[in-house]
Design a protein around this ligand. Structure first.
Ligand SMILES: O=P(O)(O)OC[C@H]1O[C@](O)(CO)[C@@H](O)[C@@H]1O
Length: 450
Protein backbone atom coordinates (compact mmCIF):
# COMPACT_ATOMS: atom_id res chain seq x y z
CA UNK A 1 0.00 0.00 0.00
CA UNK A 2 1.47 3.34 -1.07
CA UNK A 3 1.98 5.92 1.67
CA UNK A 4 0.57 8.55 -0.71
CA UNK A 5 -2.75 6.72 -0.69
CA UNK A 6 -2.81 6.87 3.08
CA UNK A 7 -5.09 9.64 4.22
CA UNK A 8 -4.58 11.37 7.51
CA UNK A 9 -7.16 10.75 10.14
CA UNK A 10 -9.75 12.90 8.37
CA UNK A 11 -11.94 10.95 6.00
CA UNK A 12 -12.74 12.30 2.50
CA UNK A 13 -16.21 10.81 2.73
CA UNK A 14 -18.29 13.26 4.89
CA UNK A 15 -20.62 10.51 6.11
CA UNK A 16 -17.69 8.29 7.07
CA UNK A 17 -15.97 11.28 8.65
CA UNK A 18 -18.96 12.04 10.87
CA UNK A 19 -18.67 8.56 12.35
CA UNK A 20 -14.93 8.79 12.96
CA UNK A 21 -13.35 9.05 16.40
CA UNK A 22 -11.39 12.01 15.05
CA UNK A 23 -14.57 13.91 14.19
CA UNK A 24 -16.25 13.17 17.52
CA UNK A 25 -13.09 14.23 19.38
CA UNK A 26 -12.97 17.58 17.58
CA UNK A 27 -16.74 18.13 17.79
CA UNK A 28 -17.26 17.07 21.41
CA UNK A 29 -14.19 16.38 23.54
CA UNK A 30 -11.93 19.24 22.52
CA UNK A 31 -14.60 21.92 23.22
CA UNK A 32 -15.25 20.22 26.58
CA UNK A 33 -11.54 20.41 27.43
CA UNK A 34 -11.47 24.08 26.38
CA UNK A 35 -14.51 24.85 28.54
CA UNK A 36 -12.81 23.23 31.54
CA UNK A 37 -9.70 25.33 30.91
CA UNK A 38 -11.83 28.50 30.90
CA UNK A 39 -13.57 27.40 34.10
CA UNK A 40 -10.22 26.66 35.77
CA UNK A 41 -8.85 30.12 34.96
CA UNK A 42 -12.07 31.77 36.15
CA UNK A 43 -12.04 29.77 39.40
CA UNK A 44 -8.52 31.04 40.13
CA UNK A 45 -9.42 34.69 39.61
CA UNK A 46 -9.03 35.49 43.31
CA UNK A 47 -5.68 33.74 43.43
CA UNK A 48 -4.47 35.85 40.54
CA UNK A 49 -5.74 38.98 42.35
CA UNK A 50 -3.97 38.01 45.59
CA UNK A 51 -0.73 37.35 43.72
CA UNK A 52 -0.77 40.11 41.10
CA UNK A 53 -3.47 42.61 42.08
CA UNK A 54 -5.50 44.30 39.33
CA UNK A 55 -3.00 43.09 36.71
CA UNK A 56 -3.96 39.51 37.59
CA UNK A 57 -7.65 40.28 37.12
CA UNK A 58 -7.02 41.93 33.75
CA UNK A 59 -4.91 38.97 32.63
CA UNK A 60 -7.60 36.48 33.71
CA UNK A 61 -10.25 38.37 31.76
CA UNK A 62 -8.16 38.66 28.60
CA UNK A 63 -7.01 35.02 28.68
CA UNK A 64 -10.62 33.86 29.00
CA UNK A 65 -11.51 36.14 26.08
CA UNK A 66 -8.87 34.53 23.87
CA UNK A 67 -9.89 31.00 24.91
CA UNK A 68 -13.59 31.69 24.28
CA UNK A 69 -12.66 32.99 20.81
CA UNK A 70 -10.60 29.80 20.24
CA UNK A 71 -13.56 27.64 21.26
CA UNK A 72 -15.84 29.50 18.85
CA UNK A 73 -13.33 29.09 16.00
CA UNK A 74 -13.20 25.35 16.71
CA UNK A 75 -16.96 24.88 16.97
CA UNK A 76 -17.72 26.89 13.82
CA UNK A 77 -14.87 25.35 11.77
CA UNK A 78 -13.07 28.66 11.22
CA UNK A 79 -9.67 28.80 9.46
CA UNK A 80 -6.62 27.91 11.53
CA UNK A 81 -4.64 31.12 12.16
CA UNK A 82 -0.97 31.85 12.76
CA UNK A 83 0.41 32.11 16.29
CA UNK A 84 1.08 35.61 17.59
CA UNK A 85 3.17 34.99 20.70
CA UNK A 86 6.96 35.22 20.54
CA UNK A 87 7.75 31.75 21.86
CA UNK A 88 10.75 30.40 19.92
CA UNK A 89 8.70 27.66 18.23
CA UNK A 90 6.00 30.03 16.85
CA UNK A 91 7.81 30.28 13.52
CA UNK A 92 7.94 26.46 13.22
CA UNK A 93 4.20 26.32 13.90
CA UNK A 94 3.44 29.04 11.35
CA UNK A 95 5.66 27.35 8.74
CA UNK A 96 3.79 24.10 9.41
CA UNK A 97 0.49 25.90 8.78
CA UNK A 98 1.83 27.17 5.45
CA UNK A 99 2.95 23.63 4.54
CA UNK A 100 -0.49 22.27 5.45
CA UNK A 101 -2.17 24.96 3.34
CA UNK A 102 -0.01 23.99 0.34
CA UNK A 103 -0.97 20.33 0.87
CA UNK A 104 -4.66 21.19 0.92
CA UNK A 105 -4.44 23.49 -2.08
CA UNK A 106 -6.16 26.83 -2.71
CA UNK A 107 -9.66 25.30 -2.88
CA UNK A 108 -9.81 24.57 0.80
CA UNK A 109 -8.50 26.55 3.78
CA UNK A 110 -6.84 24.85 6.74
CA UNK A 111 -9.61 24.55 9.28
CA UNK A 112 -10.61 22.43 12.27
CA UNK A 113 -12.81 19.94 10.41
CA UNK A 114 -10.98 19.91 7.08
CA UNK A 115 -7.42 19.25 8.28
CA UNK A 116 -5.67 16.27 9.90
CA UNK A 117 -6.88 15.52 13.43
CA UNK A 118 -3.31 15.13 14.69
CA UNK A 119 -2.50 18.67 13.56
CA UNK A 120 -5.60 20.49 14.83
CA UNK A 121 -5.54 18.67 18.18
CA UNK A 122 -1.88 19.63 18.79
CA UNK A 123 -2.65 23.15 17.52
CA UNK A 124 -5.45 23.56 20.08
CA UNK A 125 -3.08 22.93 22.99
CA UNK A 126 -0.51 25.32 21.55
CA UNK A 127 -3.21 28.01 21.21
CA UNK A 128 -4.22 27.45 24.86
CA UNK A 129 -0.59 28.11 25.78
CA UNK A 130 -0.58 31.23 23.57
CA UNK A 131 -3.63 32.60 25.43
CA UNK A 132 -1.64 32.42 28.68
CA UNK A 133 1.66 33.63 27.17
CA UNK A 134 -0.06 36.77 25.82
CA UNK A 135 -1.31 37.61 29.31
CA UNK A 136 1.46 38.11 31.79
CA UNK A 137 1.60 37.85 34.78
CA UNK A 138 -0.31 34.54 34.45
CA UNK A 139 1.80 33.36 31.49
CA UNK A 140 3.40 30.50 33.43
CA UNK A 141 0.14 29.25 34.96
CA UNK A 142 -0.42 25.53 34.16
CA UNK A 143 -4.15 25.28 33.41
CA UNK A 144 -3.97 21.47 33.77
CA UNK A 145 -2.03 21.36 37.04
CA UNK A 146 -5.04 20.64 39.28
CA UNK A 147 -6.01 17.54 37.27
CA UNK A 148 -2.47 16.20 37.18
CA UNK A 149 -1.86 16.56 40.91
CA UNK A 150 -5.31 15.14 41.75
CA UNK A 151 -4.58 12.09 39.60
CA UNK A 152 -1.53 11.37 41.79
CA UNK A 153 -3.50 11.74 45.03
CA UNK A 154 -6.39 9.62 43.73
CA UNK A 155 -3.96 6.79 42.88
CA UNK A 156 -2.21 6.74 46.26
CA UNK A 157 -2.85 3.10 47.15
CA UNK A 158 -1.61 1.95 43.74
CA UNK A 159 1.46 4.19 44.09
CA UNK A 160 2.28 2.73 47.51
CA UNK A 161 1.76 -0.84 46.27
CA UNK A 162 4.15 -0.20 43.41
CA UNK A 163 6.88 1.35 45.56
CA UNK A 164 6.57 -1.49 48.07
CA UNK A 165 7.08 -3.96 45.20
CA UNK A 166 10.13 -2.02 43.98
CA UNK A 167 11.72 -1.90 47.42
CA UNK A 168 11.22 -5.64 47.69
CA UNK A 169 13.31 -6.09 44.55
CA UNK A 170 15.88 -3.37 45.15
CA UNK A 171 17.53 -4.85 48.18
CA UNK A 172 18.76 -7.95 46.34
CA UNK A 173 18.43 -6.74 42.75
CA UNK A 174 22.02 -7.48 41.84
CA UNK A 175 21.85 -11.05 43.17
CA UNK A 176 18.75 -11.97 41.17
CA UNK A 177 19.06 -14.80 38.67
CA UNK A 178 18.48 -13.85 35.04
CA UNK A 179 15.05 -15.49 34.97
CA UNK A 180 13.97 -13.68 38.14
CA UNK A 181 15.28 -10.43 36.69
CA UNK A 182 13.25 -11.04 33.53
CA UNK A 183 10.07 -11.66 35.53
CA UNK A 184 10.42 -8.36 37.38
CA UNK A 185 11.35 -6.58 34.13
CA UNK A 186 8.26 -7.95 32.39
CA UNK A 187 6.02 -7.07 35.34
CA UNK A 188 7.19 -3.46 35.57
CA UNK A 189 7.17 -3.03 31.79
CA UNK A 190 3.50 -4.02 31.78
CA UNK A 191 2.74 -1.79 34.77
CA UNK A 192 4.24 1.12 32.81
CA UNK A 193 2.22 0.06 29.75
CA UNK A 194 -1.11 0.02 31.60
CA UNK A 195 -0.21 3.20 33.48
CA UNK A 196 -1.01 4.80 30.14
CA UNK A 197 -4.71 4.18 30.76
CA UNK A 198 -4.55 7.07 33.25
CA UNK A 199 -4.71 9.89 30.72
CA UNK A 200 -6.94 12.95 31.16
CA UNK A 201 -7.25 13.76 27.46
CA UNK A 202 -9.30 10.67 26.63
CA UNK A 203 -11.44 11.33 29.72
CA UNK A 204 -11.74 15.05 28.84
CA UNK A 205 -10.38 15.87 32.27
CA UNK A 206 -12.64 13.53 34.28
CA UNK A 207 -11.00 11.40 36.99
CA UNK A 208 -9.01 8.61 35.34
CA UNK A 209 -6.78 7.57 38.23
CA UNK A 210 -5.54 4.05 39.07
CA UNK A 211 -7.94 2.47 41.53
CA UNK A 212 -6.91 -1.22 41.41
CA UNK A 213 -3.59 -2.82 42.37
CA UNK A 214 -1.25 -2.30 39.39
CA UNK A 215 0.52 -5.65 39.98
CA UNK A 216 -2.46 -7.88 40.76
CA UNK A 217 -4.44 -6.61 37.75
CA UNK A 218 -1.72 -7.60 35.22
CA UNK A 219 -2.88 -11.18 34.70
CA UNK A 220 -6.45 -10.09 33.87
CA UNK A 221 -5.11 -7.40 31.52
CA UNK A 222 -2.61 -9.61 29.69
CA UNK A 223 -5.11 -10.95 27.08
CA UNK A 224 -5.69 -7.35 25.99
CA UNK A 225 -2.08 -6.90 24.85
CA UNK A 226 -2.41 -7.20 21.05
CA UNK A 227 1.31 -7.12 20.22
CA UNK A 228 3.82 -8.27 22.83
CA UNK A 229 7.48 -7.71 21.91
CA UNK A 230 8.69 -7.93 25.54
CA UNK A 231 11.30 -10.56 24.60
CA UNK A 232 12.78 -8.33 21.89
CA UNK A 233 13.06 -5.43 24.34
CA UNK A 234 14.68 -7.75 26.91
CA UNK A 235 17.13 -9.06 24.30
CA UNK A 236 18.13 -5.50 23.41
CA UNK A 237 18.99 -4.84 27.05
CA UNK A 238 20.71 -8.12 27.79
CA UNK A 239 21.90 -9.72 24.56
CA UNK A 240 25.28 -11.34 25.15
CA UNK A 241 26.25 -10.43 21.61
CA UNK A 242 25.95 -6.74 22.29
CA UNK A 243 27.81 -6.97 25.59
CA UNK A 244 30.74 -8.96 24.14
CA UNK A 245 30.92 -6.74 21.06
CA UNK A 246 30.83 -3.58 23.10
CA UNK A 247 32.73 -5.00 26.06
CA UNK A 248 30.04 -3.63 28.30
CA UNK A 249 28.43 -5.23 31.32
CA UNK A 250 25.31 -3.13 30.96
CA UNK A 251 23.42 -0.94 28.53
CA UNK A 252 24.57 2.66 28.68
CA UNK A 253 21.38 4.52 28.06
CA UNK A 254 17.64 4.06 27.75
CA UNK A 255 15.47 7.02 26.77
CA UNK A 256 11.84 7.19 27.91
CA UNK A 257 9.61 9.59 25.98
CA UNK A 258 7.10 10.27 28.72
CA UNK A 259 3.38 10.73 28.40
CA UNK A 260 1.05 11.43 31.33
CA UNK A 261 1.84 12.83 34.77
CA UNK A 262 0.15 11.39 37.86
CA UNK A 263 0.06 7.63 38.19
CA UNK A 264 1.53 6.90 34.73
CA UNK A 265 4.62 8.97 35.61
CA UNK A 266 5.07 6.96 38.82
CA UNK A 267 4.97 3.71 36.82
CA UNK A 268 7.67 5.11 34.52
CA UNK A 269 9.87 6.24 37.41
CA UNK A 270 9.52 2.86 39.13
CA UNK A 271 10.43 1.06 35.89
CA UNK A 272 13.40 3.39 35.35
CA UNK A 273 14.53 2.82 38.96
CA UNK A 274 14.39 -0.95 38.45
CA UNK A 275 16.44 -0.72 35.22
CA UNK A 276 19.19 1.19 37.03
CA UNK A 277 19.13 -0.53 40.45
CA UNK A 278 19.13 -3.99 38.82
CA UNK A 279 22.29 -3.07 36.93
CA UNK A 280 20.66 -3.51 33.50
CA UNK A 281 21.11 0.15 32.48
CA UNK A 282 23.54 2.92 33.43
CA UNK A 283 21.54 6.03 32.54
CA UNK A 284 17.92 7.00 31.85
CA UNK A 285 17.04 10.08 29.76
CA UNK A 286 13.45 11.24 30.22
CA UNK A 287 11.75 13.41 27.58
CA UNK A 288 8.83 15.55 28.72
CA UNK A 289 6.88 18.51 27.38
CA UNK A 290 8.03 22.14 27.46
CA UNK A 291 4.43 23.38 27.92
CA UNK A 292 1.12 22.05 29.34
CA UNK A 293 -0.03 19.50 26.75
CA UNK A 294 -2.93 17.11 26.09
CA UNK A 295 -4.31 17.85 29.59
CA UNK A 296 -2.07 15.47 31.52
CA UNK A 297 1.30 15.25 29.77
CA UNK A 298 4.43 15.57 31.92
CA UNK A 299 6.30 18.88 32.29
CA UNK A 300 9.49 19.52 34.30
CA UNK A 301 7.35 20.91 37.13
CA UNK A 302 5.28 17.71 37.22
CA UNK A 303 8.40 15.53 37.55
CA UNK A 304 9.89 17.70 40.30
CA UNK A 305 6.53 17.84 42.10
CA UNK A 306 6.07 14.05 42.13
CA UNK A 307 9.63 13.45 43.39
CA UNK A 308 9.08 15.97 46.19
CA UNK A 309 5.69 14.44 47.05
CA UNK A 310 7.25 10.97 47.21
CA UNK A 311 10.14 12.18 49.38
CA UNK A 312 7.73 13.83 51.83
CA UNK A 313 5.29 10.90 51.91
CA UNK A 314 4.65 9.29 55.30
CA UNK A 315 4.71 5.90 53.55
CA UNK A 316 8.15 4.37 54.23
CA UNK A 317 8.76 2.83 50.80
CA UNK A 318 7.30 5.69 48.80
CA UNK A 319 9.51 8.12 50.70
CA UNK A 320 12.56 5.87 50.13
CA UNK A 321 11.82 5.82 46.41
CA UNK A 322 11.48 9.61 46.35
CA UNK A 323 14.88 10.04 48.00
CA UNK A 324 16.43 7.58 45.55
CA UNK A 325 14.87 9.36 42.56
CA UNK A 326 16.13 12.74 43.78
CA UNK A 327 19.60 11.20 44.12
CA UNK A 328 19.49 9.78 40.59
CA UNK A 329 18.55 13.23 39.25
CA UNK A 330 21.29 14.98 41.23
CA UNK A 331 23.92 12.43 40.15
CA UNK A 332 22.89 12.65 36.49
CA UNK A 333 22.00 8.94 36.41
CA UNK A 334 18.59 10.25 35.41
CA UNK A 335 18.40 13.24 33.06
CA UNK A 336 15.34 15.24 31.95
CA UNK A 337 14.89 17.01 28.61
CA UNK A 338 11.96 18.87 27.04
CA UNK A 339 12.78 19.62 23.42
CA UNK A 340 10.12 21.83 21.68
CA UNK A 341 9.70 19.17 18.97
CA UNK A 342 7.57 17.02 21.31
CA UNK A 343 4.96 19.82 21.51
CA UNK A 344 4.74 20.42 17.78
CA UNK A 345 2.44 18.58 15.34
CA UNK A 346 5.22 16.88 13.34
CA UNK A 347 5.21 13.18 12.59
CA UNK A 348 8.35 11.49 13.93
CA UNK A 349 9.55 10.52 10.43
CA UNK A 350 10.21 14.30 10.03
CA UNK A 351 12.37 14.54 13.17
CA UNK A 352 15.72 14.01 11.43
CA UNK A 353 15.05 17.06 9.21
CA UNK A 354 12.93 19.20 11.56
CA UNK A 355 14.83 18.57 14.81
CA UNK A 356 18.25 17.09 13.87
CA UNK A 357 19.68 17.85 17.32
CA UNK A 358 16.97 15.77 19.01
CA UNK A 359 17.33 12.95 16.47
CA UNK A 360 21.10 12.89 17.02
CA UNK A 361 20.57 12.70 20.78
CA UNK A 362 18.16 9.76 20.47
CA UNK A 363 20.74 8.01 18.29
CA UNK A 364 22.99 7.82 21.36
CA UNK A 365 20.41 5.69 23.18
CA UNK A 366 20.53 1.89 23.21
CA UNK A 367 16.73 1.80 23.43
CA UNK A 368 13.99 4.45 23.20
CA UNK A 369 10.64 3.76 24.85
CA UNK A 370 7.69 5.81 23.55
CA UNK A 371 4.84 6.01 26.05
CA UNK A 372 1.25 6.50 25.02
CA UNK A 373 -1.16 6.94 22.22
CA UNK A 374 -0.22 10.39 20.91
CA UNK A 375 3.39 9.24 20.44
CA UNK A 376 2.11 6.20 18.55
CA UNK A 377 0.02 8.41 16.29
CA UNK A 378 3.16 10.49 15.55
CA UNK A 379 5.30 7.37 15.03
CA UNK A 380 2.83 6.09 12.41
CA UNK A 381 1.78 9.49 11.02
CA UNK A 382 -1.78 8.90 12.26
CA UNK A 383 -2.44 7.32 8.87
CA UNK A 384 -5.34 5.04 8.03
CA UNK A 385 -3.01 2.04 7.60
CA UNK A 386 -4.16 -1.51 7.00
CA UNK A 387 -3.72 -3.28 10.33
CA UNK A 388 -1.40 -5.95 8.89
CA UNK A 389 1.11 -3.36 7.60
CA UNK A 390 4.27 -3.88 9.60
CA UNK A 391 5.43 -1.35 12.18
CA UNK A 392 8.64 -0.58 10.24
CA UNK A 393 6.67 0.45 7.14
CA UNK A 394 4.50 2.79 9.20
CA UNK A 395 7.60 4.34 10.78
CA UNK A 396 8.68 5.49 7.28
CA UNK A 397 12.38 5.64 8.04
CA UNK A 398 12.19 6.88 11.64
CA UNK A 399 14.70 4.83 13.56
CA UNK A 400 17.31 6.68 15.67
CA UNK A 401 17.76 3.58 17.83
CA UNK A 402 15.97 0.34 18.76
CA UNK A 403 12.55 1.60 19.84
CA UNK A 404 9.41 0.32 21.52
CA UNK A 405 5.94 1.81 21.82
CA UNK A 406 4.11 1.17 25.09
CA UNK A 407 0.61 2.33 24.23
CA UNK A 408 -2.99 1.79 25.18
CA UNK A 409 -5.16 2.26 22.09
CA UNK A 410 -7.12 5.54 22.06
CA UNK A 411 -7.14 6.43 18.36
CA UNK A 412 -8.08 4.59 15.18
CA UNK A 413 -4.58 3.68 14.01
CA UNK A 414 -2.93 0.31 14.68
CA UNK A 415 -0.36 -1.60 12.59
CA UNK A 416 1.61 -4.80 12.98
CA UNK A 417 -1.34 -7.09 13.66
CA UNK A 418 -1.68 -10.65 12.42
CA UNK A 419 -4.00 -11.42 9.48
CA UNK A 420 -7.56 -11.71 10.82
CA UNK A 421 -6.70 -10.26 14.23
CA UNK A 422 -8.37 -6.89 13.60
CA UNK A 423 -11.49 -8.50 12.17
CA UNK A 424 -11.81 -10.72 15.24
CA UNK A 425 -11.38 -7.73 17.54
CA UNK A 426 -13.98 -5.69 15.66
CA UNK A 427 -16.53 -8.48 15.93
CA UNK A 428 -15.82 -8.83 19.67
CA UNK A 429 -15.45 -5.16 20.56
CA UNK A 430 -16.22 -2.60 17.76
CA UNK A 431 -14.51 0.26 19.64
CA UNK A 432 -11.29 -1.73 20.32
CA UNK A 433 -9.08 0.94 18.74
CA UNK A 434 -10.33 3.84 20.85
CA UNK A 435 -11.69 2.63 24.21
CA UNK A 436 -8.32 2.32 25.93
CA UNK A 437 -8.90 -1.33 26.92
CA UNK A 438 -6.26 -2.76 24.53
CA UNK A 439 -2.53 -2.14 24.34
CA UNK A 440 0.66 -2.91 22.44
CA UNK A 441 4.29 -3.46 23.37
CA UNK A 442 5.57 -2.89 19.83
CA UNK A 443 9.30 -3.00 19.09
CA UNK A 444 11.40 -2.12 16.05
CA UNK A 445 15.15 -2.47 15.62
CA UNK A 446 16.21 -0.22 12.70
CA UNK A 447 18.61 -1.69 10.14
CA UNK A 448 20.69 0.25 7.58
CA UNK A 449 18.19 -0.81 4.89
CA UNK A 450 15.26 0.95 6.64
O1 LIG B 1 -2.00 10.31 26.75
P1 LIG B 1 -1.98 9.54 25.48
O2 LIG B 1 -1.92 8.05 25.68
O3 LIG B 1 -0.96 10.06 24.52
O4 LIG B 1 -3.37 9.80 24.81
C1 LIG B 1 -3.70 11.06 24.33
C2 LIG B 1 -4.79 10.75 23.47
O5 LIG B 1 -5.94 11.56 23.80
C3 LIG B 1 -6.65 11.66 22.60
O6 LIG B 1 -6.38 12.87 22.01
C4 LIG B 1 -8.09 11.55 22.80
O7 LIG B 1 -8.56 12.85 22.71
C5 LIG B 1 -6.06 10.57 21.79
O8 LIG B 1 -6.53 10.49 20.60
C6 LIG B 1 -4.67 10.92 21.99
O9 LIG B 1 -3.80 10.29 21.23
Amino acid sequence: MEVETMVNNVFSNPVEMKLSFAYLTIRDRMPTILTKVIDTIHRNKNTFFEEYGEEGIEAEKNAIGLLSKLRNELQTDKPVVELKDDLKDSEAWNQYLQRQQKLQGDQECVSWFSSPWLYVECYMYRRIHEALLLNPPISEYDVFNEGKTQSFFDSQQAVMDLCTYLEGIRKNAKELFQNQLFEHFSTLLQVSLWGNKCDLSISAGEDNSQKSSPIESLSSLHPFILVDDTNAVWATLTSARRQEKLGKTKVDRVDIVLDNAGFELVTDLVFADFLVSSGLVRQIHFHGKSLPWFVSDVTANDLQWIVRQAMAANHRWLSKCGVQWQTYLKQGVWRYHDHPFWTQPHEFCDMASDAPDLYASLQEADLVLFKGDLNYRKLTGDRDWEHVVDFNTALRGFGPAPLCSLRTLKANVQVGLQPGQAEKLTSRDPSWMTNGKYAVIQFHNPTPED
